[in-house]
Design a binder for this molecule. Structure first.
Ligand code: PMP
Length: 393
């Protein structure tokens, strides 16, 4: 039978991998209403709590009044307006790079950068735990594509020896499902030794990491020579939407000329760029947000290890709890939900088989009391789970 979608969906159910979209009936924030019930949520990437900031909202409202609600056309036709341009200049300044180029989503920024830089005859080497958009980009590029062991510079070096043509090494800055940091000093050294370029997608690092929120390259004190292609997203710590690639003038011009996901799509609404400009100002100016977030991360890690939970090696707001089978992860998530806590269960294929987890994310909008509540309820549910039999535990 052709297109037997019912069987595919049934198999997904049977494997405990069926995905559902929780319906959010209140604005982003620690306390939300989901599927009709109030819950305390630890699932958002709004790391600095800016998605609901009154000044960011006002900037978007004023932007919409002045510029309307749509981009109107692609950037190269007539969709590139003053707010887009001002945001690009501010992002270049923020990242300490000559230029930045704005995209409507991080997924597109990654597709654009990789496919514009490498193609047939070239090589793209990626961390095996990279975000799906980077892996998809590598495949789409037509370059020789190979994945090295997670965060392993030796494994990368072996692949670099066999590389042909222009070679791009691509890594997440902060790994989105584990929360750990890329070992950039070692990866960049291996790449430099072979004249390869490094591209870092720091979607989860901009904002929380670095002395001024400049992300993983600031954290490690690296420059444009180490990481010629730097990607950031605006839908996470900036609290808005979109993404950017920052780098040399030549890099940005190359993307404008050759990157199909840049050329053939409508620009984001200028009002969103107005909001991002305000977010950037707050992200740079209000360091207390980062400090508060770091205190919450330290408290959570201490409390979770006291309970006996298995955490990952993560200094970031992404704090996964390793559970094992998809079934157990779903059960723990359901127990928490019954007690008013919303945390997503992440299962294969997003993470490797047997490493299903609850992906807890902390934000500067959470209070210390809310983190204590999370820890209390986690302790209760974890004990409860230990008493339940599981076939695949
Ligand atoms: N890169 C990483 C590491 C991500 O986690 C995500 C989003 N989850 C993206 C890129 C895609 O960004 P966007 O949501 O803006 O498309």
């Amino acid at each position: 039978m052709t297109f037997d979608l019912a069987s595919r969906l049934a198999a997904r159910h049977a494997d405990h991998l069926y995905r559902k979209r929780p319906l959010l009936e209140a604005p982003q924030g620690p306390e939300v209403v989901v599927d009709g019930k109030p819950v305390l949520a630890f699932s958002s990437n709004d790391y600095l709590g800016l998605a609901n900031h009154p000044e960011v909202i006002r900037a978007m409202q004023q932007g919409a009044e002045r510029w309307g609600v749509g981009g109107g056309a692609s950037h190269l036709v007539i969709g590139h307006s003053t707010p887009h341009h001002a945001l690009e200049e501010a992002l270049a300044d923020f990242t300490g790079r000559p230029r930045a180029l704005l995209f409507s989503t991080g997924y597109m920024a990654n597709l654009a950068a990789v496919t514009a830089l490498v193609g047939q005859g070239d090589t793209v080497l990626e961390d095996r735990l990279n975000h799906a958009s980077l892996l998809d980009a590598g495949l789409l590029s037509g370059a020789r594509f190979s994945r090295y062991l997670h965060n392993d510079a030796d494994s990368l070096a072996k692949r670099l020896e066999k590389a042909t043509g222009d070679t791009l090494v691509v890594t997440d800055g902060v790994f989105s499902m584990d929360g750990d940091l890329a070992d950039l000093p070692a990866l960049c050294a291996a790449a430099k030794a072979r004249d390869a370029w490094v591209m870092v997608d720091d979607a989860h690092g901009f904002g929380p990491l670095g002395g001024t929120g400049g992300g993983i390259v600031e954290h490690f004190g690296l420059g444009i020579d180490d990481v010629p292609v730097l990607v950031g997203t605006l839908g996470k710590a900036f609290g808005t939407a979109g993404a950017f690639v920052a780098g040399s003038d030549e890099l940005i011009e190359t993307l404008i000329q050759f990157a199909r996901p840049y050329i053939y799509t409508t620009s984001q609404p200028p009002a969103v760029a107005c909001a991002s400009l305000k977010s950037l100002e707050l992200l740079r100016g209000e360091s207390w947000r980062r400090d508060h977030l770091n205190r919450l991360i330290a408290r959570f890690r201490q409390g979770a290890s006291d309970i006996g939970l298995t955490l990952m090696d993560s200094p970031t707001p992404i704090q996964p709890i390793l559970v094992g089978s998809s079934e157990r992860a779903m059960r723990l998530s359901a127990l928490l939900r019954e007690r008013g806590i919303l945390v997503g269960a992440i299962r294969p294929p997003t993470v490797p088989a047997g490493s299903a987890r609850l992906r807890i994310t902390l934000t500067a909008a959470h209070s210390e009391a809310q983190v204590e509540r999370l820890l209390d309820i986690l302790a209760e549910c974890w004990n409860r789970l230990a008493q339940e039999p599981f076939e695949n535990a």
